[in-house]
Write a protein that binds this ligand. Structure first.
Ligand SMILES: *[C@@H]1O[C@H](CO)[C@@H](O)[C@H](O)[C@H]1NC(C)=O
Ligand SMILES: *[C@@H]1O[C@H](CO)[C@@H](O)[C@H](O)[C@H]1NC(C)=O
Ligand SMILES: *[C@@H]1O[C@H](CO)[C@@H](O)[C@H](O)[C@H]1NC(C)=O
Length: 559
């Protein structure tokens, strides 16, 4: 780059007296090379206090091979050149003892880093040339405070990326030179791409070294950045200091609630999202005895909670507007239910049902139906199978239930429209010891997950005739394999009683779930996704430890 000073129209006018009292000619009107390398005509030679490695003239100094910022220079110095220096980095406030500098040239040195506030205190700096060094890293606030800077060159360094908003303080910038660097034109450069489009400064071409498709092209010509330059994470949001076995969420009147079954406290605890405190707080407690499940049911604007208990029968509570709490609504006919293990809610032809899977030897998994007054038993499904889970799903427009049992492979029942009952349809062969089946949809395809305690849990896909395995996930004490999604990110949470629980994320390119994160939950029994106030949460219930609430966050990678 040619070191030619240019008339700094506009940006220069307001700085009265910048350059020191003795400056005869405004610095910005002189050819810079003269200022840097040659004594000014008629200026006195080398004031005595300026010694090696520097040569000084009245307004300028040139230091060759300095090991740091030279000391003992005239405080009113207008320009300083440091060349062939041996210092490894430009430290913070490195030149603050020279507050009159209008020009600073740091060429052909060997430093690799420029730290935050490197040029702090240089309120009058207009020209900053940092060329032909080995800079790889520039801190985000390196150029902080340089509001008068008009010319900045970082040419011929080893820069591959610049931190976001690194130029944001440079209000007067007219020219920026980035030649001789090759940038990674990936997410990290997205901000620079956008900044180039809006800045009023003249900027040299910014060339790319990668990704491969953009090698030796200009950043300006990049047409898209991968994956929108974001990733996601789960971070702990709130810890509830009690155990839980089931978590269910429901919306009522624009508020979000969560019902948690707490066996040790004999409670079905209802939490409410607090829009002000931004956390979940206690709303009501439904007390019971050996509660194993709390399931919310919304019928019109009425809110019910089915409370499944191991002893004393199971009951339905209803939210009472006038008492602002849940009150007992009805008992569930218990002759058929002795060991409830799962409650599943569903709707067929606008009618509301739920099914309780019963895991006792003598139990009968039973479907209950809403008849406008209450829920009454509608159909007993099958005897003696020790069902652990029931899943309702729509397969090709038809309603089905999949029952998982301790005694056999999962069976599929189909809703018969004429008899309005479920009838046996098929089974999922060769899948013994499945504790639970969950279904989910992704891009119009139907999938199920099969939880197995030890061995491999499975992910299967419906191929219009049957479910076919697409992935096996090694399970080490798994009681739950829960699919869930937030904002087009699809996940599976695989619980483990013996090690960390694992969250898998769907990889749309490879078409498999990939291990994404491990979380520690003691004896996890269920995972539940809850969304509110445009925030997404993930409840991890624990049979032996605290109940944890994670927040699903999106991280911008274009930094
Ligand atoms: C720069 O420094 C190196 C050693 O540090 C030396 O060999 C070289 O001659 C110097 N170059 C100039 C132009 O002074
Ligand atoms: C560029 O100049 C225009 C016109 O003077 C001004 O409105 C705009 O704010 C400037 N943009 C920036 C980023 O400084
Ligand atoms: C519910 O029970 C928990 C634990 O016993 C208690 O901390 C909380 O205050 C109770 N909430 C209400 C609304 O009574």
């Amino acid at each position: 780059m040619a070191l030619r000073a240019q008339p700094t129209a506009g940006a220069g006018g307001q700085r009265g007296g910048a350059g020191g009292a003795g400056m005869a000619v405004p610095l910005r009107l002189l050819p810079l090379c003269a200022l840097l390398l040659l004594p000014l005509p008629g200026a006195p030679r080398r004031p005595p206090r300026c010694g090696p490695p520097c040569s000084c003239w009245r307004e300028s100094a040139l230091c060759v091979g300095a090991a740091g910022a030279p000391r003992g220079l005239p405080a009113g110095l207008g320009s300083l050149s440091l060349v062939n220096g041996t210092f490894a980095e430009v430290k913070d406030r490195m030149f603050s003892h020279l507050p009159s500098l209008q020009l600073l040239l740091l060429n052909s040195n060997s430093f690799t880093v420029i730290r935050d506030d490197a040029f702090a205190g240089l309120f009058h700096l207009e020209y900053l040339f940092i060329e032909g060094n080995k800079i790889e890293t520039i801190s985000r606030n390196a150029f902080r405070g340089l509001r008068d800077l008009t010319h900045l060159s970082l040419a011929n360094n080893h820069l591959k990326a610049l931190p976001r908003d690194v130029f944001s303080d440079l209000d007067s910038l007219i020219e920026l030179d980035l030649r001789g660097n090759k940038f990674e034109c990936d997410c990290k450069a997205k901000w620079l791409f956008l900044w180039l489009k809006m800045t009023n400064s003249t900027v040299s071409d910014v060339l790319c070294i990668g990704p491969a498709e953009y090698q030796d092209k200009k950043l300006n010509d990049v047409t898209s950045f991968d994956y929108e330059c974001t990733t996601t994470d789960f971070v702990v949001h709130q810890i509830l200091p009690y155990q839980s076995v089931s978590v269910d969420t429901f919306n009522s009147k624009n508020d979000v609630f969560v019902a948690i079954a707490q066996p040790s406290m004999e409670n079905c605890m209802v939490l409410e999202w607090d829009h002000i405190e931004m956390n979940f707080r206690s709303y009501d407690n439904i007390t019971g005895q050996s509660i194993v499940g709390c399931k919310a049911i919304l019928v019109g604007d009425q809110v019910f909670v089915v409370v499944a208990q191991l002893f004393g029968g199971s009951h339905i509570y209803k939210y009472d507007e006038s008492w602002t709490k849940f009150v007992k609504f009805q008992d569930i006919e218990v002759s058929r239910i002795s060991k409830p293990n799962d409650i599943e809610l569903f709707e067929i032809d606008n009618e509301m049902f739920f099914v309780i899977a019963d895991s006792s030897k003598a139990g009968l998994s039973t479907v209950y139906k809403w008849n406008n007054k209450g829920f009454y038993s509608y159909q007993s499904l099958h005897e003696w199978f020790r069902d652990t889970d029931a899943e309702f799903l729509d397969i090709d427009g038809k309603s089905h239930l999949i029952l998982s049992s301790r005694s056999q492979v999962p069976i599929i029942l189909q809703w018969n429209k004429a008899s309005k009952k479920f009838v046996p349809h098929s089974e999922i062969p060769n899948m013994e010891d499945v504790l639970a089946v969950k279904s989910f949809r992704m891009q119009d395809d139907l999938y199920i997950t099969l939880t197995r305690f030890i061995g491999d849990s499975r992910v299967m896909k419906w191929n219009s005739k049957q479910f076919v395995e697409i992935q096996a996930l090694p399970s080490r004490g798994a009681m739950t394999l829960q699919p869930f999604s937030f904002k087009n990110n699809y996940y599976l949470a695989l619980g483990s009683d013996y090690t960390f629980s694992q969250i898998y994320q769907w990889d749309g390119e490879k078409k498999i779930f990939r291990l994404f994160k491990e979380i520690y939950v003691q004896a996890p029994r269920s995972f539940t996704a809850v969304s509110t106030d445009r925030r997404d949460f993930f409840f991890a219930s624990s049979f032996k430890g605290n109940t944890q609430i994670f927040e699903h966050i999106i991280i911008d990678l274009s930094l």
